[in-house]
Design a protein around this ligand. Structure first.
Ligand code: 5GP
Length: 114
């Protein structure tokens, strides 16, 4: 069982900001911005590169949840804004092998990223 499956199962505590039948959103334990959330599917897909065509609507759902949570946090505007990131594999910086979308907000973010 991965760390994030344990969070879904409430075996490890997390600061959860949204839950529905398909997804969970919680605050990152080591935030890289004043708002740093992780949006995860409850289905244990290891990484985006291993998602299949059967996951199409689930992946779309995760992006819509990102927008919904951004609405709730008051950052879904062009003057504020946010960034979504998916790290995949070693060079991508992936540490936890359970698909997650980072949502970073509440400070200006550099481009290109490091
Ligand atoms: P990755 O590097 O795989 O894209 O991101 C994994 C993220 O999970 C990191 O930003 C890290 O801070 C976060 N993380 C690792 N362990 C925990 C934990 O136990 N709880 C929470 N909330 N976040 C975690």
């Amino acid at each position: 069982m991965t760390l994030f499956e344990k969070i879904i199962a409430r075996e490890i505590p997390a600061d959860i900001v949204h839950e529905d039948e398909l997804s969970l959103v919680f605050r990152d334990i080591n935030p890289q911005a004043p708002i740093h959330l992780l949006i995860i599917p409850k289905k244990p897909i290891p990484r985006i590169g291993e998602a299949g065509s059967e996951d199409q609507s689930l992946l779309g759902h995760l992006l819509l949840v990102a927008g919904k949570v951004a609405d709730q946090l008051g950052i879904n505007s062009t003057d504020k804004g946010f960034r979504l990131i998916i790290n995949n594999g070693a060079n991508g910086g992936e540490a936890v092998p359970h698909l997650h979308i980072h949502l970073l907000a509440d400070r200006p973010l550099n481009w290109p990223p490091g």
